[in-house]
Design a protein around this ligand. Structure first.
Ligand SMILES: [Zn+2]
Ligand SMILES: [Zn+2]
Length: 340
C-alpha cells in the first residue's frame, strides 16, 4: 500500500509499505478520500522537522475487522477520527472529555493520504447519504463547530470570523445556525484570486459582510456595529488577535483556532484594555475531535454544502499537483481532496 509522508520545506515521499493487519478491536479502513488541510500546508512549510505522515481529514470503507470488533462490519462507510479521547481518564469520566490528555491518534505513524489505515473501532463512525469526498469534510467541520461553540454565541450576536479558509467559511454557517444576527468575514490582507473566491464562498455560507484584512479591521467592525462585535472566531494566524480584541464590545469573547508556524511566538496584548473591557480569549484546539455526528448530519442534509467548498479532487499519484494547487494564490480553489 502507498502512504504519503512529508518533511519541511515541501519535501514528499510516496512510500510503499506493507498493508497492516487489524489486531484485536481494530479495523482496516480503505481510504476513499482525504482533504488537504491548511495545517498540512503549514507543516510542510516549516513545522515538519522530521518525516511525518500527511493527511487527517478522511473517509473510507471498512475492509477488514479484527477480533472482537462489534461496532462496525466489513463494507461499512466510515469516517476516521484523527484524535479520539480515552473515555476512562479523570477528565473523560468527569464529563470533560475535551480535556482528555490520553488521546489516541493514527497521525503519529499513518497517513490519511494513502490506501489504508488501521485504527481502533472506537475511532471510526459510520455515515450515510454522502460520498467519501463529501464525508471527508466532516473533520474540518468539527473544528469549525468547536470554535463556534467555544465562543458561546448568544442569540442575535454580531459575530466576526477571521480567516476565509474552509474552517472560517464553515464557521460562518455554524455562527448563523447558533443564532448570529450578522456574520462579518475578515479575509486575508493579500488580494489575490484565491482569497477573492473564498470571500464569495463565505457569502454563500452565511457571511453577511466581508472585510479585507488590509483595512483597519477593528475600526471597520466598530463602524458596522453599535459598540463592537459580540464574538470573534479567529481561524487565521494569531497576529490578528490584537485587532480582534479591539473590535470586541465590552465583555466580548474571542475563540481561537489559528496557529503559528513556529512555537514560542508571542503577540502583544493591551492587558489593561483586556482587563477593563472584561474580554475573554479562549483556545479551541479541537482535539479530541467531537461533534462528528453533528457534522455528518449537517453535510448529509446539505446545510453545509460540501460540493460548494470542495473545488478540486486528485488521485494519490497527483499529490504534488494537489498540494501546489491548494497553496496557489492565483486559482479559485476551496478545499482540495485526494482520492487514492
Ligand atoms: Zn485539518
Ligand atoms: Zn480521557
Amino acid at each position: 500500500m502507498r502512504a504519503l509522508w512529508g518533511k519541511a520545506p515541501f519535501q514528499y515521499e510516496l512510500r510503499e509499505l506493507p498493508t497492516p493487519k487489524p489486531g484485536i478491536g481494530q479495523v482496516l479502513v480503505r481510504i476513499g478520500a482525504c482533504g488537504i488541510c491548511g495545517t498540512d500546508l503549514h507543516m510542510q512549510r516549516a513545522m515538519n522537522r522530521d518525516w511525518t505522515p500527511l493527511g487527517h481529514e478522511l473517509a473510507g470503507v471498512v475492509e477488514q475487522v479484527g477480533q472482537g470488533v462489534t461496532l462496525v462490519q466489513t463494507g461499512d462507510r466510515v469516517i476516521v477520527e484523527n484524535n479520539t479521547g480515552c473515555g476512562v481518564c479523570d477528565a473523560c469520566k468527569n464529563g470533560e472529555s475535551r480535556y482528555c490528555r490520553n488521546i489516541s491518534s493514527f497521525m503519529n505513524d499513518q497517513a490519511g493520504f494513502g490506501d489504508y489505515l488501521c485504527v481502533a473501532e472506537t475511532s471510526v463512525q459510520k455515515y450515510r447519504d454522502l460520498t467519501p469526498r463529501q464525508a471527508a469534510l466532516a473533520e474540518p467541520l468539527t473544528v469549525a463547530i468547536d470554535v463556534a461553540l467555544r465562543a458561546d454565541i448568544p442569540l442575535n450576536a454580531e459575530v466576526a470570523v477571521w480567516g476565509a479558509g474552509p474552517i472560517g467559511i464553515m464557521a460562518c454557517k455554524i455562527a448563523k445556525l447558533r443564532g448570529a444576527r450578522r456574520v462579518f468575514l475578515v479575509g486575508s490582507p493579500r488580494q489575490n484570486t484565491r482569497n477573492q473566491f473564498r470571500m464569495e464562498l463565505a457569502h454563500e455560507f452565511g457571511a453577511d459582510v466581508t472585510i479585507g484584512g488590509d483595512e483597519d479591521v477593528a475600526a471597520a467592525l466598530r463602524r458596522f456595529t453599535r459598540d463592537g462585535i459580540d464574538r470573534a472566531l479567529v481561524t487565521a494566524p494569531p497576529p490578528v488577535i490584537p485587532g480582534a480584541l479591539r473590535a470586541c464590545r465590552f465583555g466580548g469573547i474571542i475563540a481561537l483556532i489559528g496557529l503559528e508556524e513556529q512555537s514560542g511566538q508571542t503577540i502583544p496584548l493591551d492587558i489593561n484594555a483586556f482587563h477593563f473591557q472584561k474580554l475573554q480569549l479562549r483556545a479551541s484546539h479541537a482535539i479530541p475531535n467531537h461533534f462528528f455526528p453533528i457534522a455528518l448530519d449537517l453535510l448529509a442534509r446539505r446545510v453545509v454544502d460540501a460540493d460548494k467548498l470542495i473545488t478540486h479532487t486528485f488521485s494519490l499519484d497527483e499529490y504534488l499537483k494537489a498540494f501546489s494547487l491548494a497553496s496557489n494564490p492565483n486559482e479559485r480553489v476551496g478545499k482540495v481532496t485526494i482520492e487514492p
